[in-house]
Write a protein that binds this ligand. Structure first.
Ligand code: SF4
Length: 730
């Protein structure tokens, strides 16, 4: 079967050529199916005598999958030519390329081509995306005709089509040649001849400029049907195609060669060149580094900055963060599946908390998440109408705000989400966060987009101060320790006579976020790269004051942190009292560990770049630190310690060396972020959390566990001991 793709620049006459070719083939007894692939959907108009037929995409938009039938989109035309129009969205919305893919899938599902001897695809030749290139694919077209005039832009489009074909075919031969549709511009014949020669293609047909075509168009029929002499051109072409036409490889020209071929000797003189621009002065140093430094000035996820693997997507990060504005509705402008993934991620943290601790973590088990339920039709025709309808539906429930988050599909088709902002009311703001799924980046980037968007839209600048309050910024909402850590810090603040104004952004309300600037001091929960970006954002944009560092972990850090917070509010006495209470208890507990741990060897391999909270307790309990392997971690900037003790530290540690070092140092305890199945027998393996528990006792709790395990001589097998796990991990 001949499957012929007729490509050409928009408006060049490829529909006229296609319809006449179909008619000529049909007159020769060939059963022809013509598929119009231009969103204008007028390819088959001359064959159907002006009847506008239902397009495939209009049909699938209103007809459920199970109810679809081929005869609803396949119409008989002149001489039995089967006529199909793919259709497409209105200009400026949705994705016409995706529309072509969808239309082809439906035709394939019904084996539309099976009853025909030849198929003609009439395709827009401005090959702008993969969708428009679908008919070029080998499974569809086995023969390609390119329609062009002698105008430069038509030849430019023809050359682009050759580039598209080359991408698919390499040196394989599928191009039959050029159909030259004359416009009668000066030097046109020479231009087309030179182009054809340079591209190594024949001119298979020359269609003269004639009023006959306009007359036939007005009569809604082809020149072939009307029987004009010009029909001979299409009959000759049809005969050549049925008798076996030679095929050629696509050999596109370079831009320079194309210009030379088109303009040849009649090339007009070029205008005087504009004065050359002065050379760009670049700062010294590797270009990549200066680019990164500039990007770091913006709020860019560190994984994007360093081309590290992207974990999750920005949509997921934005939604997972936004749901912590508990009295707002987060509206995912996405397919159901994107929202489902986010929903599961968010709710699983809550479920895990219930399961492990018998208590609800601050992560919602039923997040305040809604979805616009984009489907394939919305991707093709644009989903803004559906989004708007969903916004109006949500408004009836009167949430405190609606936050719209875009996903890959809505981002790719460029849906205009700002349209819904006109439905905002003074007491029901609508905020658009363009997260665009993976197009914007990873989970962290989505978090940043959400933080910044909400802050800029909600935080009120003119606000009365609330003394004795603090804000907490950047709690890791997906971490297991988030809830317990907040409780610990809240208790510390309580002992100092302080309270939390706003948690940015964890289980917060719209009004609390609005009053963010009322608190005189801000406490960063996680002092990693992302946390520091946020601190800079609040400092630069709002002049906020932050305490140095993140939530304290371990005895020494907690002591210092408490004193700094207390000093800020002039309450040193309360902090000293609290520290004194804890100090004696800490000393007593460490002393009790020494018999089990004195002289025991500890090896640590970790992404955590500050482990003083463990080292301090281990050293106090008499352990020997035999090796400290620090793995590279994009969120941290290098190993830090304030212990002053000599340590065998290896930075940028390669995890592959872990096995050899374990054999070399024979540690009693091996502490890592992830256990390995190859740990040698006799080593007590334990895991170090990426987000450790805050407060005085985080290191002590962990080291106490080793003492108990070593005393009982339980090493590898303790994980199987439910009572033990319950006692030390619950
Ligand atoms: S990467 Fe894109 S498609 Fe996948 S879940 Fe994220 S937004 Fe949806």
């Amino acid at each position: 079967m001949n499957k012929i793709a007729v490509y050409g620049k928009g408006g060049i006459g490829k529909s006229t050529v296609s319809a006449n070719l179909s008619a000529a083939l049909a007159q020769a007894g060939v059963r022809v199916l013509q598929i119009g692939c231009d969103p204008k959907h007028d390819s088959t108009r001359l064959l159907t005598h002006g009847r506008r037929i239902t397009t495939v995409l209009d049909y699938t938009r209103v007809t459920g999958h199970a109810d679809r039938r081929l005869e609803d989109v396949l119409f008989p035309g002149y001489a039995g030519v089967g006529c199909v129009e793919a259709g497409g969205p209105k200009p400026g919305v949705g994705c016409a390329g995706r529309g072509i893919i969808t239309a082809f899938e439906l035709l394939e599902r019904f084996h539309a081509e099976d009853d025909y001897d030849a198929v003609i695809y009439d395709v827009l030749g401005d090959v702008v995306c993969g969708g428009f290139a679908v008919p070029i694919r080998r499974e569809y077209a086995n023969l390609i005709l390119i329609v062009t005039s002698g105008e430069f832009m038509a030849l430019y489009a023809a050359n682009n089509i050759l580039r598209g074909i080359r991408n698919y075919d390499g040196e394989k031969r599928r191009v039959a040649g050029i159909v030259f549709n004359r416009r009668d511009i000066a030097g046109e014949d020479g231009r087309v001849a030179r182009f054809a020669e340079a591209a190594g293609l024949p001119v298979c047909a020359v269609v003269p400029r004639s009023g006959v075509f306009a007359r036939c168009e007005a009569e809604n029929r082809t020149v072939v049907e009307a029987g004009y002499e010009l029909a001979g051109i299409f009959r000759d072409l049809a005969r050549a195609l049925t008798e076996g036409i030679s095929l050629y490889e696509a050999a596109p020209l370079t831009d320079d060669d194309l210009e030379h071929a088109v303009f040849g000797p009649d090339r007009p003189a070029a205008p005087e060149p504009a004065a050359a621009l002065p050379p760009v002065r670049r700062p010294a140093g590797p270009a990549a580094e200066s680019t990164r430094a500039a990007a770091a000035e913006e709020l860019v996820s560190v994984n994007i900055l360093y081309d590290d693997p992207l974990h999750g997507c920005a949509f997921n990060g934005a939604v997972g963060t936004g749901v912590h504005l508990t009295d707002a509705v987060i509206l995912a402008h996405s397919p159901q599946s994107c929202a489902y993934i986010s929903y599961q991620t968010i709710s699983s943290a809550g479920r895990r908390g219930l399961f492990e601790r018998g208590a609800l973590l601050p992560n919602s088990v039923s997040p305040n998440l809604e979805c616009s339920f984009m489907d394939e039709n919305d991707v093709i025709f644009g989903g803004a109408d559906k989004l708007e309808a969903k916004v109006l539906e949500i408004k009836k429930k009167r949430p405190r705000a609606i936050v719209v988050v875009t996903s890959c599909p809505s981002g790719i088709i460029g849906d205009d989400v700002s349209r819904v902002l006109r439905h905002a009311e003074p007491d029901l703001p609508i905020i658009a966060v363009r997260a665009d799924g993976n197009l914007s980046g990873d989970y962290l980037q989505g978090m940043l987009e959400m933080y910044v968007s909400l802050a800029r839209e909600i935080i009120k600048r003119d606000i009365a101060p609330m003394p004795d309050t603090v804000n907490i910024v950047f709690e890791k909402v997906a971490a297991k320790s988030t809830g317990p850590n907040f409780k610990i810090v809240e208790e510390f603040l309580h002992r100092l006579g302080l309270r939390v104004n706003c948690r940015f952004l964890c289980e917060t309300t719209f009004d609390r976020l609005r009053d963010f600037l009322a608190a005189p001091l801000n406490l960063l929960a996680s002092d990693d790269y992302t946390g520091r970006l946020l601190r800079r954002f609040f400092t630069d944009e709002y002049g906020c004051v932050f305490l140095d560092g993140g939530f304290p972990v371990g005895f020494d850090e907690t002591k210092e942190w408490l004193l700094k917070v207390a000093d800020f509010f002039g309450r040193r006495g309360a902090a000293e009292c609290l520290i004194r209470e804890q100090e004696s208890g800490y000393r007593r507990r460490v002393e009790a560990l020494r018999p089990a741990l004195r002289g025991r060897k500890l090896m640590i391999v970790t992404f955590n770049h500050n482990v003083d909270w463990i080292l301090r307790v281990a050293l106090d309990a008499g352990m020997e630190i035999v090796k400290l392997g620090i793995l590279r971690f994009s969120q941290d900037a290098g190993f830090v310690t304030r212990l002053g003790a000599p340590l065998n530290v290896e930075e940028n540690y390669d995890d592959a060396g872990r096995g050899a070092d374990t054999l070399k140092y024979r540690p009693d305890v091996l502490l890592t972020n992830y256990n390995s199945a190859d740990e040698p027998a006799g080593v007590l393996a334990d895991t170090i959390p990426m987000c450790p528990d805050a407060g005085f006792y985080s290191g002590l709790n962990m080291v106490s566990r080793w003492a108990a395990l070593l005393e009982k001589n339980l090493r590898g097998e303790w994980m199987d001991d439910k009572k033990f796990v319950d006692k030390y991990y619950a």
